[in-house]
Design a protein around this ligand. Structure first.
Ligand SMILES: Nc1ncnc2c1ncn2[C@@H]1O[C@H](COP(=O)(O)OP(=O)(O)OP(=O)(O)O)[C@@H](O)[C@H]1O
Ligand SMILES: [Mg+2]
Length: 390
């Protein structure tokens, strides 16, 4: 299980360590940094998939994603007696992301991404560069716990008390995890990469008239709902056949009392039907309301017969009526029995329902002087974090 997520210099997250529990909710007012936390987690997963630099560039490049404030605030700046504008940076700019595990045998990982030195010989001179990557054992980075260490192009692996250098250089635009995957020399790197690749993210399902979830679909066994919900009918039928079909029926009835889901199979096409009180015929997915369709998508996502180690949900309350939020909270809490779950939300009723479920790590963000901070926890409740030095 992850114990902490750490972010530095990413948008409004100048320096933030987020404690993670079995079930964590990240909340806060508009502009406090919730979406940035979600996007930072996605970036970490993309590193393991080889797509992080590309998505950073898609976000507008490092110049727009890097923390736009000063390296640190002086007391005079905080009092308002000295201007923030006009101060210059003295350290190299670095976007840093990392996480650690609760147990001594779990891995921690950190990456440091910066700007390339000005070399005119390439058309890619604005691509961010990976300066440093590290893997260690246990909740806190200590030199003795370090297993893998990459500085620039040079990679070295722990060997007994010393280090073994790997001859092949790692290109600046690639993570060591996608570039060097020798299962014998570095099994921890491969294990960590597979762990990060298995993290599952769900974000704003489409529910417009042309939404993929509304169309009849090719049906094959689907233990993991696609991000666009296109395989909703197949995912629901898979839960019914190899997952917890009773939980599926309970979740539907919890949100829409008396309603029932059926998957109609027409040759190789699958279609979601919903039987409701007072109607002579069931409604097809094309006929369901936005909120109802979204709720069914959450059911399919959360009752997956193949739960991931980590499930990250971005604003699952979107377009749901507040009356549905307690039921959604129960569904999320149930998923947290199988997976570690992080929910980014600003729906008070959803958060209240999650609180009722027992163990909840609540993280309330606020913005002060343009910087995201944790408003509801004091220093002792935030895990210690050490970044590797460049
Ligand atoms: N490079 C940057 N440096 C500093 N702050 C930034 C940078 N880029 C964006 N921001 C600010 O970061 C803040 C956090 O944005 P974010 O989208 O994470 O907020 P949010 O909590 O999701 O808000 P909402 O509830 O409105 O969706 C915004 O106020 C934005 O102006
Ligand atoms: Mg947001």
């Amino acid at each position: 299980m992850l114990s902490a997520l750490a972010i530095a210099n990413y948008r409004s997250l100048r320096q933030l360590t987020v404690p993670l529990g079995r079930l964590t909710v990240v909340t806060g007012p508009n502009g406090s940094g919730k979406s940035s936390v979600y996007r930072a987690m996605r970036l970490l997963a993309e590193i393991a998939n080889g797509g992080a630099i590309r998505s950073l560039v898609r976000e507008g490049g490092l110049s727009s994603t890097l923390w736009a404030g000063p390296e640190r605030f002086s007391a005079a700046m905080l009092r308002g007696d000295a201007p923030v504008q006009g101060t210059t940076r003295s350290e190299p700019v670095a976007l840093k992301l990392g996480f650690a595990g609760t147990e001594a045998d779990e891995f921690g990982y950190a990456i440091d991404i910066g700007l390339p030195p000005p070399i005119p010989a390439t058309a890619f001179s604005r691509d961010p560069e990976i300066k440093h990557e590290t893997i260690w054992h246990g909740p806190l980075l200590r030199p003795a716990a370090q297993l893998v260490d990459r500085r620039g192009a040079a990679l070295r692996l722990r060997e007994g008390k010393g280090w073994q250098a790997i001859g092949r250089p790692i290109p600046a635009f690639a993570s060591m995890m996608t570039e060097y995957a020798d299962p014998h020399a570095a099994p921890e790197m491969l294990a960590l990469r597979e762990q990060m690749r298995s993290w599952r993210f769900y974000d704003h399902f489409r529910s417009d008239a042309d939404a993929p979830a509304r169309q009849p679909q090719l049906g094959t066994r689907t233990p993991v709902l696609a991000n666009d919900g296109a395989d909703l009918a197949a995912a629901l039928q898979t839960i019914r056949e190899i997952g917890d079909g009773e939980a599926l029926d309970r979740a539907v009835d919890d949100a829409f009392p008396g309603a029932r889901i059926q998957v109609r199979v027409n040759e190789d096409r699958f279609e979601t039907l919903m039987h409701q009180h007072g109607l002579l015929r069931p409604l097809t997915a094309a006929e369901l309301s936005d909120g109802t369709l979204r709720y069914l998508l959450w059911i399919a996502a959360l009752l997956t017969p193949r739960p991931p180690a980590l499930l990250v949900l971005n604003e699952p309350e979107t377009s749901l009526h507040p009356d549905l939020l307690p039921a959604l909270g129960r569904l999320v809490a149930q998923a947290a029995r199988e997976s570690q779950v992080i929910v980014v939300s600003h729906a008070a009723r959803l958060i209240a329902a999650l609180e009722d479920s027992g163990e909840l790590q609540s993280v309330v963000l606020e913005k002060r002087f343009g910087e995201t901070r944790i408003a509801n926890l004091d220093m002792s409740e935030i895990p210690r974090w050490e970044w590797p030095v460049r």
